[in-house]
Write a protein that binds this ligand. Structure first.
Ligand code: MN
Ligand code: MN
Length: 366
């Protein structure tokens, strides 16, 4: 297991050499986990992995995390600082920066306050951005990441099953969420990829609606959008079902979204452009007259973060590669009526793709 992390570290050092970055500071807990197997949320405290072109990587953590960090046995140089003293003197002592060295940081993430603090510690004028290197590594999943994403998808399927079993006219959205998560926690799931969404009735017409004590009614669409985290890796699934009997209009919207989704999945294979996948779904929905009611991209990358690269949108010329994992989730949202979204997680394989989430997409009517 340690080998995987060491391989990732050395691959990243190669990228740093290419870009002439002497020291890269990683502070995102997910990126630290990606390189070390150690995960902790330090909240406002400083936690940083210094990856150095010519020296061993150094991990600096709050004192309370030092034993947990050391137990991973990937990074040899781990140092803790106490809350009363803070990390400044430790960083100055352990990280040697020469005047001509360049330091890379996660530009997307680092706060202005922390950037100023670091400039002060190292007496620097500016930083380089290491996000492109990190994004391009995390974009293509290795074997172990694929395994975790597959497991996360299996639990997402189970979660939908629990949700559908829990449905009953008169029950609230939040009650159903509690039942889904109760069953998952009993099976050892620590957390969800994001706040679980169960939406009923007209609220299904809002792509990012908020679950509440609103209750399930006869004739409603019910939309489940949820994800499960396994070993840090996120799944993301959406299913929409009907309580009672589907009206003609409900059935028509459902069939349109489902066929659009299948068309996009069919497109998803190595060497196509990301935009072709989006357009496969979008053109189909537009031809059916619902184009203006599909108001978001068709999908997003999945991994340690529930939204990461690639972004599958209609202008993205990026080439799809083996080992990418992303969602395909077209939707139609009609104001004051309701909506349908169907979302699966897709792994790009050698010649085609594999759908990781497998819960049925036939319209379920209960
Ligand atoms: Mn999604
Ligand atoms: Mn989702």
């Amino acid at each position: 297991m340690e080998q995987i992390y060491l391989k990732r570290l050395s691959k990243f050092v190669d990228w740093m050499k290419e870009k002439n970055i002497n020291v890269a500071l990683i502070t995102s807990p997910t990126n630290i986990y990606y390189f070390t197997g150690f995960y902790s949320n330090p909240h406002e405290r400083f936690m940083g992995l210094f990856i150095q072109m010519n020296n061993e990587p150094i991990l600096i953590v709050p004192e309370l995390d030092i034993n947990a960090a050391k137990s991973k046995k990937v990074i040899r140089e781990i140092f803790g600082y106490s809350d009363s003293v803070g990390p400044d003197s430790l960083i100055k002592e352990k990280i040697i920066i020469n005047a001509e060295d360049s330091i890379g940081v996660e530009e997307n993430l680092i706060s202005l306050k922390r950037a100023n603090w670091l400039k002060n510690i190292f007496n620097l004028q500016q930083f380089k951005d290491i996000d492109p290197g990190l994004f391009s590594m995390r974009l293509v999943k290795d074997e172990i990441e694929v395994r975790y994403l597959q497991e996360a998808a299996i639990f997402a399927d189970k979660a939908i099953e629990y949700g559908i079993k829990a449905l009953k006219v008169g029950k609230s959205e939040l009650e159903i969420i509690a039942e889904i998560e109760f069953h998952l926690k009993k099976q050892g799931i620590e957390k969800m990829s994001f706040d679980t969404m169960v939406l009923t009735g007209e609220k299904t017409g809002l792509p990012h609606g908020k679950s509440s004590i609103d209750t399930i009614k006869y004739g409603d669409f019910v939309m489940f959008d949820l994800g499960v985290v396994v070993n840090g890796y996120c799944s993301d699934i959406t299913r929409t079902i009907i309580i009672g009997e589907a009206t003609e209009k409900q059935q028509e919207i459902y069939d349109t979204v489902l066929n659009a989704q299948l068309k996009a999945i069919e497109k998803a294979k190595p060497n196509v452009k990301a935009k072709e996948i989006d357009l496969a779904a979008r053109n189909f929905i537009t031809d059916k007259g619902y184009g203006s009611y599909f108001n978001h991209r068709v999908g997003h990358g999945l991994g340690l973060d529930v939204h990461e690269t690639p972004s599958i949108h209609e202008n993205n010329e990026e080439i799809i590669q083996v080992g990418m994992v992303f969602t395909i989730e077209p939707g139609i949202y009609l104001p004051n009526f309701g909506g349908v979204r169907i979302e699966d997680d897709i792994l790009i394989t050698e010649n085609s793709s594999q759908v990781l989430t497998s819960f049925t997409k036939e319209l379920i009517v209960i």
